[in-house]
Design a protein around this ligand. Structure first.
Ligand code: C2E
Ligand code: MG
Ligand code: MG
Length: 579
């Protein structure tokens, strides 16, 4: 404001006073450790005046607040925006003072917590003029509060939830499970003889071990589940949705795997073991008490590293644990064998290959069928070493047979999802082919639909590589899973094996024949090689041949037999003819 030449009049004396007052107020306002503002009573509370302190606080100069009516709305933290504008609107309407805390985003991205206290200023008639107030920076207080909150909820050594936070999570998990089919399970872990580590190597080594274990546990829990350290050497894993108790057993096995993998601390490899107790269902308090009790049972009985609180479940878990131990030993003890079943071409009629089928010669229970132990091997990951053995054994046998018969014969090997997902699956297959000296085109990998669906993109890549090597791929048990025939076009499958549920009753009239006819028609239209499974009678053979299946497999052509018997059958080459 320019006041012109300095002439002392009553007016100019008044103006001088006003300037003096304004100077004093401005100095006062700018000394305050807060931002003073005056806003219009419009929707975005556009700014009329802001004190200089705003610039160091948020990084925008005073002028910008005045010139850009939307700046305030834009700097509001998105999560707070609606609440803050509603509070402003309420104050505009009711003229009641506003007192609110929220976050603003500074120009450089910092989050600033402010307390905003505002009042409506009225004119002499009592009409509202503007909103006037101050913003107090409370960031340091809030950050300290947050730090304290985290300290109160997390264990500083492992970064896991602590006991208090865990109780909250447990209560919450139990409360939302009430309506659901699924249940909550609690897995209580106590390290065995952990005190010895502390005594022998000192507390810093003990702490390091706990930190490493905490980290490992965190890595393997499923999304939605949580892990906490209750204190000392006690950890808990909360499974928020289990459909059946066996799921909790699988988790316990995985946890044990992680815990027992040696830990390298200060140049030493330390081996830790643990006892695990599991409780399923029940209230939060019960779950914790029961899982704890089950853990003591596991520690005391020494037969298994984990135990269920429930007796019946515990017996099942014990059996499972024993079976798992036996399965783990079975390769080393040479208890696995392969049975071979012929796969025939229908026209011209000849044996073109063999499918290798796994058998377990259990020392007590005799021969165990694959469906009775493969699920356990899959869940525990043991299928990877077992599957590698199968691949190698089958390739060796096929190479031997090829030499003996003087002609090519294909060998089919069943592969599980866990094998396919293994990062070195391609090497496993390559290794078997090389060691056995078997040409790749004589090996077919059989995958079920669920294996393919579960395996993901990476596995599809692995299959692509193998296919480029010449290995063939068969879709096994077609029709029992989720894959549609159209989905097959996308996958590099050479052969589709139609599940025996589609061929079982085709020779006794009914709708089954029409269904099979439809599947075969579509498969042929997609240019796939079709093999009918489960052919037990000549009549079935005649039907699948007439429908246009290329190959077949089943008891009618030969049951799965030991290598010796399969070799004998092939050298004699006696095959039943179609009827
Ligand atoms: P699959 O691959 O579909 O194998 C065919 C199954 O059908 C075999 O059962 C075979 O004995 C049976 N079968 C063959 N012809 C007939 C028939 O005419 N009638 C009837 N009723 N059954 C017939 P097996 O040997 O019990 O194997 C069952 C499943 O276990 C296999 O089904 C395969 O999915 C899996 N499996 C077998 N060996 C392995 C293996 O080494 N690795 C993996 N991952 N899975 C395997
Ligand atoms: Mg198969
Ligand atoms: Mg099959």
């Amino acid at each position: 404001m320019d006041c012109g030449p300095h002439v002392e009049t009553a007016d100019s004396a008044e103006a001088g006073d006003a300037r003096e007052i304004e100077r004093r107020y401005r100095a006062l306002v700018e000394q305050l450790p807060l931002v003073v503002y005056v806003d219009a009573l419009d929707e975005s509370s556009s700014n009329i005046f802001t004190s200089e302190q705003i610039e160091p606080l948020l990084g925008y100069p005073v002028g910008q607040w005045r010139d850009d009516p939307d700046l305030f709305v834009r700097t509001l933290h998105p999560e707070d925006r609606v609440r803050v504008l509603a509070a402003h609107a309420r104050t505009h309407k009711t003229h009641e003072p506003m007192s609110i805390e929220y976050r603003l985003l500074a120009r450089d991205g910092r989050v600033v917590f402010v307390r905003d206290e505002g009042v409506i200023v009225l004119d002499d008639e009592g009409d509202p003029l503007y909103l006037q107030g101050y913003l107090l920076d409370v960031t340091a207080e809030r950050e300290l509060q947050e730090q304290l909150r985290l300290q109160a909820l997390f264990d500083p050594l492992t970064g896991l939830a602590n006991r208090a936070f865990f109780h909250e999570q447990l209560e919450h998990a139990v409360s939302i499970r009430k309506e659901s089919e699924q249940r909550t399970a609690l897995v209580f872990i106590d390290l065995n003889e952990f005190k010895q580590i502390n005594d022998q190597y000192g507390h810093s080594v003990g702490d390091e071990v706990l930190a490493v274990l905490g980290n490992r546990l965190k890595q393997i829990i499923r999304a939605g589940d949580s892990v906490a350290r209750l204190g000392g050497d006690e950890f808990v894993v909360l499974l928020t949705a289990v459909a059946e108790p066996a799921e909790a057993a699988i988790v316990a096995e995985r946890l044990l795997d992680q815990i027992t993998t040696p830990i390298e601390v200060a140049g030493r490899h330390l081996s830790i073991t643990a006892s695990i107790g599991i409780a399923v269902g029940g209230s939060a308090a019960e779950l914790l008490k029961q899982a704890d009790a089950a853990m003591y049972r596991a520690k005391a009985n020494g037969e298994a590293d984990y135990a269920f609180y429930d007796d019946e479940l515990d017996q099942a878990a014990l059996n499972r644990f024993k079976r798992l131990g036996e399965l783990r030993e079975a390769i080393g003890r040479k208890e696995f064998t392969l049975a071979y079943q012929p796969v025939v071409n229908l026209d011209p009629f000849e044996v073109v290959g063999l499918e290798a089928l796994l058998r377990w010669q259990h020392p007590e229970h005799g021969e165990i069928a694959p469906l009775d132990f493969i699920p356990l091997a899959e869940e525990s990951g043991l299928i990877v070493p077992i599957g590698r053995w199968v691949l190698l054994e089958a390739c060796f046998y096929a190479a031997r047979l090829r030499e003996l018969l003087g002609r090519d014969l294909e060998i089919s090997v069943n592969v599980s999802a866990r094998q396919l997902q293994h990062p070195e699956f391609v090497e496993h297959v390559d290794g078997a082919l090389q060691r056995a000296d078997l040409p790749a085109h004589l090996l077919t990998l059989e995958l079920t639909e669920s294996v393919l669906v579960a395996s993901g993109e990476r596995a599809e890549q692995q299959l692509g590589i193998l296919k480029a090597r010449g290995v063939k791929l068969a879709l096994d048990d077609f029709g029992t899973g989720y894959a549609s025939l159209a989905y097959l076009q996308r996958l590099p499958v050479d052969v589709v094996k139609i599940d025996r549920s589609f061929t079982a009753k085709i020779d006794s009239g009914g709708d089954d024949l029409a269904l099979l006819e439809g599947i075969v028609g579509l498969g042929r239209a997609l240019g796939l090689q079709l093999v009918a499974e489960g052919i037990e009678r000549g009549a079935q053979q005649g039907i699948v041949q007439d429908l246009g299946c290329h190959g077949a497999q089943g008891f009618h052509f030969g049951r799965p037999e030991s290598a010796a018997l399969a070799t004998e059958a092939l050298t004699q080459a006696t095959l039943p003819a179609a009827s």
